[in-house]
Design a protein around this ligand. Structure first.
Ligand code: ATP
Ligand code: MG
Length: 341
């Protein structure tokens, strides 16, 4: 079976974008692939995280994975910092990747903002650690949202350059002509880019300072209804056909979310709600979101009430992950020319 790796940062509450853009695909891929899902805590600290809040968020993200349908027996489920091979391989990749490659990364530009000199070095090197996360398992498929496409291209570039730089050594050690696979991004599913409820030009993000910009998996029914009601729209009525959504980012986003949650097409949704005001559509959307998310929310609450059990799941997953990553890292050390005991 092909091997899948993916992860999310415990940098806040998981939201509808994380769910529709990634988690739904993860759950589905458990049927057809060997799957490894990580809570990437080392990525989270590339921007400041309060330590107590970080520990809580790691457990919550783990609970959200399980509540959404990730089975910790079938999949390997763990947190990144427990498997030190990620950090070790990231260092090697820091020496393979070029500064010029990193300079082109739009996520760094977005997250560093205007004061780039004051961003952490870790935030700049983020894609190199992400390449290590994936390639420590020599995973071939990575299901992510659209925003991660550029980082996955960089992962491919790192794998190709490593394979080229060490080609002779890789062949001499019996690995053939490539040690690392060239990973395929899997960007598909109900909604690959869910936008902020406050600004249709920005993606929905955990790190957006406005909680009204997103629907969180932990939000209760009243909060969801209020956020949808307050979601930004334009003064026009909803169009009856999809072409009418052009140039109306906020309307397009809400219709897209409705379609994704209901498993229907946008055209179908507009045939029902087109010509009407946003208020009626919004209350139907809120009801739909509550119906879809409340079973997940309830299961998450149940799971986080037993943090020791979550910690046991993560420890067990980390052991299973390390069993795969350690021999890969040993081989990398041999390829690079380190001496190990
Ligand atoms: P942060 O703001 O801290 O970066 P985030 O919301 O972007 O948080 P990540 O942990 O960085 O979440 O990403 C986890 C996964 O969710 C990735 O696969 C990413 O592509 C996907 N994802 C994030 N935001 C969206 C979105 N708005 N729509 C679809 N997929 C998304
Ligand atoms: Mg992100």
């Amino acid at each position: 079976k092909p091997l899948v790796f993916s992860g999310m940062q415990p940098s806040g509450d998981l939201h509808l974008g994380n769910y529709l853009g990634a988690l739904v695909n993860w759950v589905r891929m458990q049927e057809t692939h060997d799957t490894i899902f990580c809570v990437v805590d080392m990525h989270a600290i590339t921007v400041w995280q309060d330590p107590a809040a970080l520990q809580k968020a790691i457990r919550e993200v783990t609970a959200a994975y399980i509540a959404s349908g990730i089975d910790p027996e079938r999949s390997i489920l763990f947190n990144q910092s427990q498997v030190h091979e990620h950090a070790e391989l990231a260092w090697v990749f820091n020496c393979v990747a070029r500064i010029g490659w990193m300079n082109r990364m739009t996520q760094f530009k977005d997250k560093a903002g205007k004061d780039k000199e004051n961003a952490s070095l870790g935030l700049f090197a983020y894609p190199s650690l992400m390449a290590a996360d994936i390639l420590a398992y020599r995973a071939t498929h990575v299901p992510v949202g659209e925003d991660q496409k550029q980082h996955l291209e960089l992962t491919r570039d790192i794998a190709i350059k490593f394979n080229n730089d060490y080609a002779e050594r890789i062949a001499a050690l019996g690995h053939g002509d490539a040690f690392f696979p060239v990973t395929e991004p899997v960007i598909s599913g109900p909604a690959t880019r869910v936008m902020s409820l406050r600004d249709g030009t920005k993606k929905m993000s955990k790190s957006d300072p406005s909680d009204y910009s997103r629907i969180n998996l932990v939000d209760d029914a009243d909060t969801i209804a209020q956020k949808v009601r307050k979601a930004r729209t334009d003064p026009e009525a909803l169009p009856s056909e999809e072409a009418g959504l052009k140039g109306r980012a906020e309307a397009d986003n809400l219709v897209g979310i409705f379609a994704a949650l209901s498993g229907r097409t946008k055209a179908d949704i507009l045939a029902e709600f087109g010509g009407g005001q946003f208020s009626g559509f919004k209350s139907a959307l809120a009801d739909l979101a509550v119906a879809k998310l409340s079973p997940i929310t309830m299961e998450m609450k149940r799971l986080v009430s037993d943090p020791a059990e979550i910690d046991r799941i993560l420890a067990r997953g980390s052991e299973r992950a390390r069993a795969i990553a350690r021999p890969v890292m040993d081989q990398v050390k041999d390829i690079v020319g380190f001496i190990r005991s």
